[in-house]
Design a protein around this ligand. Structure first.
Ligand SMILES: [Zn+2]
Length: 140
């Protein structure tokens, strides 16, 4: 399909969405790190570039932004160029599913966290992630 969103508009939207998402991500990953767990961030040599990964224990975590990953509650596509955004987000969702299936098929432990879960209850999410990683370490 034709990309009819102006470059300016697209970069403006992407910037605002990305900076918000990465701030939340930083808070969460810092807290996990402070709990004593060691992991890598934004691991480019694993499918889907997981936000958090420990290869040794075959464990990955994805933090999905409500916008880019098409959260059913919070994804509000811009009114202009709606088809562009809808198809882009649809593709992202399909990719997410493929990636999740890849890890499951290869016996990795995978956790997907929505951005809104962090917004709603940061501490609970951090607790969940820490216990998820610890149990992955304990049962490799
Ligand atoms: Zn959401």
């Amino acid at each position: 399909m034709v990309d009819s969103v102006s470059a300016d508009e697209r970069s403006r939207i992407m910037k605002s969405v990305k900076s918000k998402g990465s701030k939340l991500e930083n808070i969460v990953t810092k807290a996990i790190w402070n709990s004593g767990l060691r992991f890598r961030r934004n691991v480019t040599d694993l499918p889907g570039k997981p936000d958090v990964a420990i290869k040794k224990y075959k464990v990955v975590i994805f933090i999905d932004s409500c916008f880019w990953h098409g959260c059913s509650e919070h994804c509000r596509v811009p009114k202009s160029n709606i088809n562009y955004w809808l198809s882009k987000i649809k593709r992202n969702k399909e990719k997410d599913l493929e990636i999740s299936n890849f890890y499951k098929a290869h016996d990795w432990k995978i956790l997907r966290i929505w951005e809104h879960q962090i917004k709603n209850n940061q501490e609970a999410v951090i607790k969940d992630i820490v216990s998820f990683l610890k149990s992955a370490k304990a049962n490799p």
